[in-house]
Design a protein around this ligand. Structure first.
Ligand code: TRP
Length: 458
């Protein structure tokens, strides 16, 4: 966007901003790339038939993902405020603030169960150094992991992770978040490529790739659609104002459309790489792809055993995965922290403590649902599964739909032009396409998939 020709009308110049263009991309991609790509994508794809899931997923990224990311960016930068405050500033009626409230609640739910899995990665750093203490068969790894996730030490790791999260958040937006993302994202990327090459040399490579890339359309049903849509929202950090909050720290120079497209492409690339790394190994070691949340954690050690210097690779990998989870939870936490600070007038420290206390409480319950609390179920789901399902498959799509309707129908066109418009016919064409997506395509798609997924058309 050429700020020379446009006089900026929105934004809030007195607020902290990200320092550099690389910083903007690295933090946004840092928020998007995390356990969603490396842990959640392979297990969701595995449960929903592989190739069919993948294709539907890619469709959602393009048709819903990129437009709604841009919509969140527009709301965030134009208002220069936290999720709740953003809707308050942009629209007089209190109705739209509900979107902000949904975002704050959902972000705390995601933070809770996400920290459990991040805690598992922390434990795996230690196990890597010990070379998985002699659990050399697939069964041994299986039972070792089952025992660990059911134990109190898993709760301990959840807490350790949340304390690390706390420590970085307390240091503030620029120092904490931006610096770490700049170094870590490229490193993770390089490592993934090494592991993909390694997996492609395995005997199960062909079968794994066929599973992931060869769609069997008879498998596409409403639960695959809802799963793929939930995954698209989850992986892009979309639907609860995470990107609204981050965009409120963008400067006027950031090109919102380009940043949205870059974020979506890099995020998708990492998920596909994770799939290429995992599925050949799943078939080589005769695992079931449909195993669920534990899949990746049981397959990865097997991959590392069979590599030269496996211990070094595996330590490096889990350290980077831990850090990638941190850049994601930092972005989730920033939603409620910005709200507590700006709307509830708390100091940053108090707001960060509050965020951490809530997450430790619910995170511990989620962690215990793999062990002592396994029988405590609602609608047949444990606490962990319930938090994941309600936030990813219900609240994120609803939030995303409302955000898209807000920018498509409620926000004035001049605001959209001011934020994403510019010279040239390509740009004008892109903006019109964006508006069509936000007005019709995205909301209708989300609504249909959502209603289908909860069984309305059965
Ligand atoms: N996208 C992140 C991942 O894939 C998770 C995440 C970060 C997130 N911020 C979010 C998910 C906001 C939903 C909403 O790991």
């Amino acid at each position: 966007m050429s700020s020379m020709h446009h006089k900026p009308t929105g934004g809030n110049p007195s607020r902290v901003q990200f320092n550099t263009r690389l910083g903007v991309i690295a933090t946004t991609v840092g928020s998007a790339v995390g356990l969603g790509n490396i842990w959640r994508f392979p297990y969701e794809a595995g449960m929903h038939g592989g190739g069919a899931f993948m294709l539907v997923y890619l469709g959602f990224i393009i048709v819903i993902g990129i437009p709604v990311i841009t919509a969140e960016f527009i709301i965030g930068r134009h208002s220069g405020a936290n999720v709740y405050g953003a809707f308050k500033r942009l629209h007089g009626s209190p109705c739209w603030r509900v979107v902000g409230a949904i975002g704050i609640v959902a972000s705390l739910m995601i933070l809770s169960f996400y920290s459990v899995v991040a805690g598992w990665t922390a434990d795996y750093i230690v196990r890597s150094v010990q070379n998985f203490s002699g659990a050399y068969t697939q069964e041994a790894l299986h039972s070792q992991f089952g025992e660990f996730t059911a134990s109190w030490s898993a709760v301990g790791w959840t807490v350790v992770f949340l304390l690390a999260n706390f420590w970085i958040l307390k240091r503030g937006v620029q120092k904490g978040i931006e610096k770490m993302s700049n170094i870590m994202m490229p490193a993770l990327f390089v490592l993934l490529i090494v592991f993909c090459i390694n997996s492609l040399l395995m005997p199960g490579a062909a079968e794994g790739l066929r599973f992931l890339f060869n769609p069997d359309f008879s498998k596409v049903d409403s639960s695959v659609m809802l799963g793929a849509m939930g995954q698209a929202f989850f992986s892009l950090s979309l639907g609860l104002g995470c990107l609204i909050t981050y965009a409120s720290y963008f400067s006027r120079r950031t090109d919102l459309v380009r940043t949205a497209a870059t974020t979506a492409s890099l995020d998708t690339l990492v998920a596909v790489l994770a799939g290429v790394m995992i599925f050949p190994a799943v078939f080589t070691f005769s695992q079931s792809p449909a195993e669920g949340p534990k899949l990746v954690f049981e397959v990865l050690p097997a991959i590392f055993y069979n590599m030269q210097f496996g211990m070094v690779w595996s330590t490096l990998f889990f350290v980077l995965l831990f850090l990638a989870s941190l850049t994601s939870t930092i972005s989730m936490s920033e939603i409620s922290i910005a709200y507590f600070c700006e709307e509830r007038k708390m100091s940053r420290t108090v707001a960060t403590v509050l965020n951490t206390v809530i997450a430790i409480t619910f995170g511990s319950l989620c962690s215990l649902s793999f062990g002592p609390l396994a029988d405590m179920t609602v609608f047949g789901m444990t606490m962990f599964e319930l938090f994941d399902f309600v936030s990813s498959n219900v609240l994120l799509p609803i939030g995303g739909m409302l955000i898209s309707v807000f920018v498509g129908w409620v926000l004035s066109r001049s605001v959209i032009d001011d934020e994403v418009g510019g010279q040239g016919s390509v740009r004008r064409w892109l903006v019109s396409l964006l508006v069509i997506c936000l007005r019709y395509v995205a909301p209708v798609c989300i609504l249909l998939v959502f209603l289908g997924g909860i069984g309305l058309f059965d």
